[in-house]
Design a protein around this ligand. Structure first.
Ligand SMILES: Cc1ncc(COP(=O)(O)O)c(C=O)c1O
Length: 346
């Protein structure tokens, strides 16, 4: 348990270390030599495992070096250069990726939509597409719907709603992508099958996060549409995202997906956040989001925020009077109770 003098890490799940099981798997992969660029046996095993976990016999999986690469490259294979990717106005692809999707797609734009709780609203999407100026060369044509699950504000869209959204998208000829940088946290929170939150609900491609949840150096793109898989492969190579020693990426993802480790790690960060969020509520803090997973945004007076920093809580200030806590698989339940204890003593 952390004492009042030790700091407690709440900046980001990106600040956490690597799950020991995953490090071990990388060491185990470090024997002898293997075919480069994904021609190795571990990468073949990864594909089989992903097909098993997602219950999809044709799914393909491509390890990449970051969540931004996963999003931008997945989307670039789904949209023409004159396309528009519709997403929530708070989506990471629109706000925090420096236009990576526009660069890799040779010009597609992101267009932000509204929706309560930081998630795209199916009715607003439908209305937007109905009123859109189709076939007008002045406007980038809607080509992809990108959902962030969980959202950047830690809210989770359940499978039924995903299906409603992809239904609208499909009616207008749009493909659907999911930014799942924290996909494990969403599946752990919902207790659903990964297939239900993706292809069974109409999702064509998934950016599957691992780094924020105990991975060392790779996320992955999981493609459920065989027609999109081949163009994606060439785009990955052109962007420098086909690792020559892919077996070390595949080893991480195999261990991540074996014996439910990914859901166990995500369950830990979700559980720690539950304790902290309940504490924040009891202490009368103004919580901005519904903390379905491991992220909470809070409004507080500046002097209260400064006192939290002095009490050893390490977190990001998002805007004047707004801070964010993010737990990780390394945040223990004891840590979470200690956070609440320190908040209580302010
Ligand atoms: C929702 C979401 N998507 C994508 C990313 C991008 O991941 P990376 O920083 O590995 O590029 C992040 C990172 O914080 C994120 O929160």
């Amino acid at each position: 348990m952390s004492s009042a003098h030790t700091s407690i890490e709440l900046r980001s799940d990106n600040s956490a270390g690597v799950a020991p099981e995953i490090l071990e798997a990388m060491v185990e992969a470090n024997v002898g030599s293997a075919m480069a660029y994904g021609g190795d046996q571990l990468t073949a095993r990864l594909t089989a495992l992903v097909r098993d976990v997602f219950e999809h016999p044709e799914a393909t999986v491509y390890p990449v070096g970051s969540g931004t690469a996963a999003n931008a490259l997945a989307l670039s294979a789904m949209t023409p250069p004159w396309g528009a990717v519709l997403c929530h106005e708070t989506a990471h692809i629109m706000q925090n990726e420096a236009g990576a999707t526009s660069m890799f797609s040779a010009g597609a734009i992101m267009r932000g939509l509204g929706g309560e709780d930081f998630m795209v609203d199916a009715d607003l999407l439908s209305e937007d597409l109905e009123l859109f100026g189709w076939n007008d060369p002045h406007h980038s044509q809607p080509s992809v719907l990108s959902l962030t699950i969980p959202s950047d504000y830690g809210t989770v869209t359940p499978p039924k709603e995903v299906a409603r959204l992809t239904d609208v998208a499909r009616r207008w000829g749009l493909k659907t992508h999911v930014d799942g940088a924290r996909f494990a946290n969403a599946v752990a929170a919902l207790g659903c099958a990964p297939a239900d939150l993706t292809w069974r609900s109409g999702v064509d491609m998934l950016s599957f996060g691992a780094i924020k949840n105990g991975g060392a150096s790779c996320d992955a793109i999981v493609c459920f549409d065989p027609e999109l898989s081949e163009p994606l492969m060439y785009r990955l190579k052109r962007a420098g995202h086909v690792a020559s020693k892919m077996r070390f990426q595949s080893a991480q993802l195999i261990r991540y997906l074996t014996d439910g480790l990914w859901l166990d790690l995500a369950g830990r960060s979700n559980a720690a956040m539950k304790v902290i969020a309940e504490g924040l509520g009891e202490l009368g803090f103004d919580v901005i989001n519904r903390p379905d997973v491991n992220i909470v945004f809070v409004r507080a007076a500046e002097d209260r925020i400064a006192a939290m920093e002095e009490a050893g809580l390490v977190f990001y200030r998002i805007a004047p009077g707004v801070f964010r806590f993010v737990t990780s698989f390394q945040t223990s339940i004891d840590d979470a109770h200690e956070v609440v204890r320190r908040l209580r003593t302010l």
